[in-house]
Structures are given as structure tokens and as C-alpha cells.
Write a protein that binds this ligand. Sequence first.
Ligand code: CDP
Length: 227
Amino acid sequence: MHCKPNIAIDGPAGAGKSTVAKLVAKNLGYLYIDTGAMYRAVTLKALRDGVDLNDHEKLGRLASAVLIRLKVGSNGNLTVLLDGEDVTEEIRLPAVSNSVSLVAKVPVVRRKMLELQKDMARLGGVVMEGRDIGKAVLPDAQVKIYLTAATGERARRRWKELSDKGIRVDQRQIEEEICNRDFIDTSREMDPLAPAADAVIIDSTSYTIEGVVDLIVARVTGERQKL
Ligand code: CDP
């Protein structure tokens, strides 16, 4: 029996999942887990090693061999370690964003990540965000959220995020990358991106971050009172 319930947040790129999930976790005193960072770390390793992204067998071996650790700091920020090396910044670079969906669609890679993620949540009390959390990783999560927003708005948010870090990119190119990723993520065979039947769908296009966070926290608190 879990001491604390788990919360699943899914949705497409740039919908604000990371920002929202981090704040919800902080608010509730839960652990924040970014599963996309894990797929990004595997992708970075594959790119560094020059692995052909169509070679599923090699990608599977690589996913099994790498050691991925997510460390949450006292400020709630996440450090991503790939075989002990801090790759937090590098996994956000456009080269990784452009390839990650090709790696994430490989069933043997997904099975490995699924196993790790289920294990991370086994004690409860996590806010986990990704693409398949509500349906595959945490099908019995107490609260499931599917967070989305209009494509143009998602591209604008992602562009701002990268610009703030000094990474210069064209907003149209970002929109293209996001659409391309959405397509691969929603059409792949294993655990495609889609809201779970029991997910609350939130379109955040015209919501503030605080508005979305409040909605989710209220939902969790409401569920707790039912127990
Ligand atoms: O932050 P952003 O929305 O750009 O994406 P992310 O959460 O970092 O995830 C990067 C990619 O990893 C996604 O586009 C998916 O291809 C894959 N992913 C997945 O397949 N399953 C998850 N649970 C999380 C991410």
C-alpha cells in the first residue's frame, strides 16, 4: 500500500508540464520526476556514440547499459546524470530535441525506461510527467492530468525558454520540431501520446502557470478528502 498517492501529468512538447509539475510537487511536498529527461539522456548517449537511430538493437543495448540518475536539489531543480556526468543542460540542446522521439519510439528502449520509472514511483508521493505516465507507467495514479496548449503558443513558450538560456533559435523552426515530435509521439506503436480515459484535460493556452498549478493541487486535495 502506498503512503502517498502518485500524480501523472502527460501532454505534448511545450505545454508547460515541467514548470507545472515542479511547482505542484513543491506545493504538495512530493518528488518531481521528469521522464522526458531520461529519454533525452539515452538520446544524447546515442548521438555521442554515433549510433544509427534506426538500429533498434543497438539502442536497446545502450539503454540497458547507461546509468541515468535524476537528482532533485533543495530548490526543486533537477540535475540529470548520465553515467555520473551532469548533462542537465546538454540534453535540452536542439540536436537532442530533434532526435529524441526517434529513440523514444523504440519498444526495447521504452520497456527499459518503464521499468526504471515504475520503480521510482513504487513508494508513492511522486509527480511524474511525460507522455505515457497515466496510461502505462502509473495506470493507478490518483490524479491524472493531460496538459496541452495551442501549437503556436507551445512553440512561443519553448522559444522563450531557450532564448532565456542564451540558445538562439528560430521560432518557426521550433514549431516545426514540436509538430514533428508530436507526430512521432502520437503515432508510434508502443504507448503513443494520448490522454488516459480518466485524465483531466487542461488546455493551458490562456491559463497562467499559477492557474494550472492551483487547479491540479485542488484536484489532489479534493481526491484526498474522498479517502
Ligand atoms: O519537455 P518537452 O516537452 O520538450 O519533452 P520531454 O518531456 O523532454 O520529452 C522528450 C521526448 O521524450 C518526447 O517528445 C517523447 O518522444 C519522449 N518521451 C516519451 O516518449 N515518453 C515519456 N514518458 C516522456 C518523454
